[in-house]
Write a protein that binds this ligand. Structure first.
Ligand SMILES: Cc1cc2nc3c(=O)[nH]c(=O)nc-3n(C[C@H](O)[C@H](O)[C@H](O)COP(=O)(O)OP(=O)(O)OC[C@H]3O[C@@H](n4cnc5c(N)ncnc54)[C@H](O)[C@@H]3O)c2cc1C
Length: 385
């Protein structure tokens, strides 16, 4: 079976060398530890620091703030290769989103304080938008950052926050004007080490993504300096989030592709070894057809994701197309995981086999990052202008 390089269409020599070193790093430092992370419900800080030392984060960020001045192709490789190893615990996807927010809208002071640490893995970031009463309908958030002299007072709570259990830096979506809808939302930086009134809830028990410390967060009158506002003025948060959506959504499509490639390879190995009725499961026509269907779906997705990365590198990926990558990638991922699990028989349901974990991990891809229903709504909106 040929596993094509995921990013044939746009990858330069530099990207390919980068991809080799990311794979090597993951083989040595990620693959042997995935099960332990799942059991512990988090990825240890030491892994973040090793990832920083190996230079696999912040590829699209200027050298002056710790990156290596490349393009988004580098982050695409970091994210793809992680999923390709079958890991869903390490929260670099969110870290990369925060890095891009800071790089695009941060003040010089914010960039020089946080970007080098985030890229070195000595600080972990989270992005807190969702609240118990507001997920898809982000405009309805209640968390407020009210001006009081030379500071904000942050009040409210967030739920389902990836990296929330360990984050040193949290980008919080809060209302600086509670009477306004989307225009009242701003993004503010919360340094968790300097936050009186900050509390993390108990780790959320999830169906999948068990290696990630997804948490509920509580803000009780936390004082934050006005200089922690991201961007030049209040009320820009919604606009800033919308501008970054192409990467956030494509990221989910790329993760889907990596997970499919891993699951597919595991499944082929399994059906080649397992026997029933005197022959290999691989020799049954149903198995061959199911694998042919899955492989076709993977290659169609690869082509589309490849094209989206190329467009994003050129600055031409629009939000509707990125929404298609998120919706289609996660949909296909779930279909393929289901078929791959089925081909494992009862063993596919047992967590000792990676396919069981990957099946559970896939489910949330249709929900977070904007649910697939919201993706379809956005795609439809772009057709009706
Ligand atoms: C493991 C995990 C990690 C997450 N990580 C983060 C994170 O790091 N940061 C963060 O801010 N959030 C995070 N989330 C939250 C996630 O983005 C939200 O759960 C998601 O946006 C959906 O919001 P909700 O759960 O409130 O569902 P709701 O908005 O209540 O939606 C419920 C159902 O109604 C549907 N629906 C809602 N509105 C419409 C509509 N207009 N048309 C059609 N159908 C609609 C939805 O598609 C869904 O099926 C995470 C969630 C999970 C489970």
């Amino acid at each position: 079976m040929t596993l094509y390089s995921p990013f044939d269409k746009w990858a330069t020599e530099e990207h390919k060398l980068f991809s080799d070193s990311v794979q090597k790093f993951y083989e040595e430092e990620m693959s042997p530890n995935i099960e332990e992370w799942v059991d512990q419900g988090k990825v240890p800080n030491s892994f973040w620091e090793k990832a920083g030392d190996s230079g696999i984060m912040g590829g699209a960020v200027p050298e002056s703030v710790g990156g290596f001045g490349g393009d988004i192709g580098f982050d695409s490789i970091t994210v793809y290769e992680q999923a390709r190893k079958g890991d869903s615990g390490w929260g670099y996807g969110i870290q990369s989103i925060v890095i891009h927010y800071l790089n695009s809208y941060g003040t010089d002071e914010q960039k020089s304080k946080w970007l080098p640490r985030l890229i070195a893995g000595t600080s972990i970031a989270a992005l807190a938008m969702t609240e118990p009463g507001a997920g898809s309908d982000l405009q309805a958030i209640k968390t407020s950052a009210k001006r009081d002299g030379n500071q904000y007072r942050l009040n409210g709570s967030k739920i389902f926050i990836t990296n929330g259990g360990s984050a040193d830096l949290i980008v919080v979506a809060a209302k600086t004007d509670i009477s306004a809808g989307a225009r009242g939302i701003s993004l503010v930086l919360l340094d968790t080490k300097e936050a009186d009134g900050f509390r993390r809830g108990r780790p959320l028990k999830k169906l999948g993504l068990k290696g990630n410390d997804t948490a509920e967060l509580f803000f009780d009158d936390i004082k934050i300096p006005l200089t922690n506002l991201i961007g030049p003025e209040e009320g820009q948060g919604f606009y800033q989030m919308m501008k970054q959506l192409p990467w956030e959504r494509l990221l989910i499509g790329i993760t889907a592709l990596g997970a499919i490639d891993f699951a597919f390879e595991e499944t082929v190995k399994y059906v080649q070894e397992r026997k029933a009725f005197g022959k290999r499961i691989m020799d049954l026509q149903n198995t061959r057809f199911k694998l042919a269907e899955a492989k076709t779906k993977a290659e169609v997705l690869r082509s589309f994701v490849n094209d989206c990365v190329a467009r994003l590198i050129d600055g031409k990926l629009d939000a509707a197309t990125a929404s298609m990558a998120k919706y289609w990638g996660s949909q296909v991922q779930n279909e393929v995981m289901d078929e791959c699990l089925q081909l494992h028989g009862g063993y596919g349901y047992i967590l000792d086999y990676p396919i069981a974990r990957m099946y559970a991990d896939a489910r949330v891809q249709k929900i977070y990052g904007g649910s697939n229903e919201i993706m379809k709504e956005l795609i439809a909106r772009s057709l009706d202008q």
